[in-house]
Ligand binder design. Structure first.
Ligand SMILES: [Zn+2]
Length: 339
């Protein structure tokens, strides 16, 4: 996915800021748009020491070499341990964190307090910024509040409403919008995904998310989920919870519980749309099934259940027991169809 082509206007906007860089930028937008990639490419272009006219890092100079190998001395990336591809999961080892830790933020102190190595900029990319608890966010806030010369914080978030308002207000916000359907479909076609329209609908128009979902690992559990949810009141909630729980365990961290909650949420959105005689948005091939199911559910019950699911989503980040959590979700789903 070429994020610079995909978000040409955002890219030009970032480049236009080169001459008067703020201390912190916050890239926001839906999940799967390539915001993180965009932030990294912008960082690379700021660190490049032989910048070509088009504003993209040359990829050849010493700085670009260091950057691509992940050891540019004036660059730091803060992300949860679980997102770091370099960390191989070893048996018996502690599970990598889904959160950015306070130690990671405190670890920046030294980096921020010595001069830059190349005499240029110092850049910190943080992604996903919402993956911080309150004390970690407050520790970061300290650095954002006392701007340091030649230093740029590049924050990236798909859920900016979950950030501390004080963090949001310290940053210049750069919105990254959904690309046009035509552009998004091209991304999927270029990656060899057939059925682009279907996956894009499921991903709410986000090409990166659609690519991720179309990857085979995602397909299996999603097909199971769709098949079982389509059974309506005849669903076997405990059986389905077992199947999904197994898929999550076998995915070794690739399939997250909250992704399953997201899918169920989209299914409920479609049911609600259908109940109101509106076209479904996400599960296009199942439209007829969804219309049939929606007719069996009283509308207030559907709205109530959607709200309940939004609060479960928070819980899905760190549930005590994934299987029990899923059983609860699917029992609630069956209850929608009760007489
Ligand atoms: Zn370069």
């Amino acid at each position: 996915m070429n994020v610079i082509d995909l978000h040409k206007e955002v890219w030009l906007g970032l480049q236009a800021r080169r001459l008067r860089l703020p201390h912190s930028l916050l890239l926001i937008g839906q999940k799967g748009l390539g915001k993180f990639d965009l932030a990294k490419q912008f960082a690379a272009s700021l660190l490049c020491e032989q910048l070509p006219a088009d504003g993209q890092a040359c990829g050849k100079c010493l700085a670009c070499n260091w950057y691509s190998q992940g050891n540019h001395p004036d660059f730091r990336l803060l992300q949860p341990g679980a997102l770091n591809d370099d960390v191989e999961l070893e048996e018996g080892k502690k599970k990598p964190s889904q959160q950015i830790t306070i130690d990671q933020v405190r670890g920046l102190d030294e980096f921020l307090n010595v001069g830059t190595h190349r005499g240029g900029l110092r850049i910190i990319v943080i992604y996903p910024t919402e993956a911080m608890n309150r004390s970690t966010a407050n520790a970061l806030l300290k650095s954002l509040e006392e701007p340091i010369a030649s230093t740029l914080f590049l924050l990236v978030s798909s859920e900016p409403m979950r950030l501390l308002p004080t963090i949001r207000s310290r940053c210049q916000v750069v919105p990254v919008a959904l690309p046009s359907t035509q552009k998004a479909e091209k991304v999927l076609a270029d990656a060899g995904v057939s059925d682009a329209g279907r996956w894009l609908a499921l991903a709410g128009g986000s090409p990166g998310l659609a690519l991720e979902m179309a990857a085979s690992g995602q397909l299996v559990w999603l097909e199971i989920l769709i098949k079982r949810l389509s059974a309506g009141k005849n669903i076997d909630p405990l059986g389905l919870a077992g199947e999904i729980d197994k898929a999550i365990k076998e995915s070794k961290g690739k399939l997250l519980l909250k992704t399953v909650v997201d899918a169920l949420q989209k299914w409920l959105v479609d049911l609600t749309l259908a109940r109101n005689s509106l076209p479904v948005r996400y599960f296009l091939p199942q439209a007829t099934t969804i219309v049939g199911l929606a007719d069996m559910i009283p509308l207030p019950r559907l709205i109530h259940s959607y709200r309940a699911l939004i609060s479960s989503r928070q819980e899905a980040e760190q549930p005590l027991n994934a299987r029990l959590f899923l059983e609860g979700l699917f029992l609630d789903y069956r209850a929608l169809f009760a007489n």
